[in-house]
Design a protein around this ligand. Structure first.
Ligand code: CP
Ligand code: NVA
Length: 339
């Protein structure tokens, strides 16, 4: 996505969040659009969205199912035990069959090549719900979360009318530190944050740094200039406004657990580490979840800096915006302005 399309999505997600929560609060969510000026989009009416999940999920699945409901569509959850895909049927054939019956595919796969194959043979849009290399919808939720935090955004410009109009403030230039494994979530950060004017500082042991196809894409998008790598977590958090981590053992890497626990010793995000490294006093914490205590301790994870539960809830609004525009309207327009 182009940065201005990311902006369109985030502004739309914020609007959908505010409207849905407002309607819920006033008990008006079920009213027909004609009687309700502020009703939600019904762009998925009579549409079915296939949720093709070959791996576990809490947040992504719930977001997709509940968002589709709100847009008046039907989400069809197809887990790996439910359909022929991967056992009796190829990705190519499954893509052709499913996309002839459904109007959108949201797929969580193992190897990233599976999502490419799905997209190649599908007649309808395919959205990546996590693959071995990328987790794009996570980073949309992370960016919405950061833009909701007053200390991290620029002051909203006053409206000429004097009225206060809701708009999603833009991020000010931030230093974002990532401590841990170079996995799918980080990879999407690498191609998103530098393009919207943010500096990334990453601590990862050398053997766990971004694989070639990911780094090639980073260079192609000219993001590499705003990315600093080190093996020292203290060095990475220097000047950080935001500190991010993810699991050290992603789904599918369970056999490497013992080795990874050894290799990531010293990478746990703690108050002490960030103080010693010179993070900003008010640094905030993000984690895509699910979380293990070895990568971040309870003090940070459950403390006042932590944005993790807001971040998890924002998965829903960002996925809803994406489904509305891409599955409902088949287009994500560009919007003027930076993030
Ligand atoms: N963050 C995330 O993708 O969580 P789930 O695996 O629970 O969907
Ligand atoms: N890197 C993690 C993200 C989970 C949401 C994994 O792939 O398991």
């Amino acid at each position: 996505l182009h940065p201005s399309q990311i902006n369109t999505l985030l502004v739309h997600a914020s609007r959908l969040k505010r409207r849905t929560l407002g309607l819920l609060r006033h008990g008006r969510l079920g009213e027909p659009p004609a009687t309700n000026r502020k009703s939600l989009s019904t762009s998925l009416e009579f549409k079915t969205i296939a949720l093709l999940f070959s791996k576990r999920s809490t947040r992504t699945r719930i977001s997709a199912e509940t968002a589709t409901d709100l847009l008046r569509g039907r989400a069809l959850f197809l887990g790996k035990e439910d359909i022929q895909l991967g056992v009796n049927e190829s990705v190519r054939d499954s893509a052709q069959v499913i996309s002839g019956m459904c109007q959108g595919i949201f797929a969580r796969v193992g190897d990233h090549s599976d999502i490419e194959e799905l997209a190649k043979y599908s007649q309808v849009p395919v959205i990546n719900a996590l693959s071995s290399l990328w987790h794009p919808t996570q980073v949309l939720a992370d960016l919405l979360t950061l833009r909701e935090i007053p200390e991290l955004v620029t002051k909203p410009e006053p409206e000429p009318t004097g009225k206060t109009k809701h708009s999603l403030p833009k991020l000010r230039p931030l230093t974002v530190a990532y401590i841990g494994d170079s996995a799918n979530v980080l990879h999407d950060m690498l191609v998103a944050y530098p393009r919207i004017g943010q500096q990334l500082r990453i601590a990862s042991p050398e053997k766990y740094r971004a694989p070639k196809p990911v780094w090639d894409r980073v260079v192609e998008l000219e993001c590499d200039k705003n990315i600093f790598w080190t093996a020292d977590p203290r060095e990475a958090v220097h000047g950080a406004d935001v500190v991010v981590t993810d699991t050290w053992i992603s789904m599918g890497q369970e056999a490497e657990k013992e080795q990874r626990l050894k290799d990531f010793q010293g990478y746990q995000v703690t108050e002490q580490l960030c103080r010693e490294g010179g993070a900003k006093e008010n640094w905030k914490f993000l984690h895509c979840l699910p979380r293990k205590a070895h990568e971040v301790d309870d003090e940070v994870f459950y403390g006042p800096r932590s944005l993790v539960f807001r971040e998890s809830h924002n998965r829903k609004w960002t996925i809803m915006a994406l489904f509305d525009l891409l599955f409902g309207h088949w287009s994500i327009p560009n919007s003027p302005g930076m993030l």
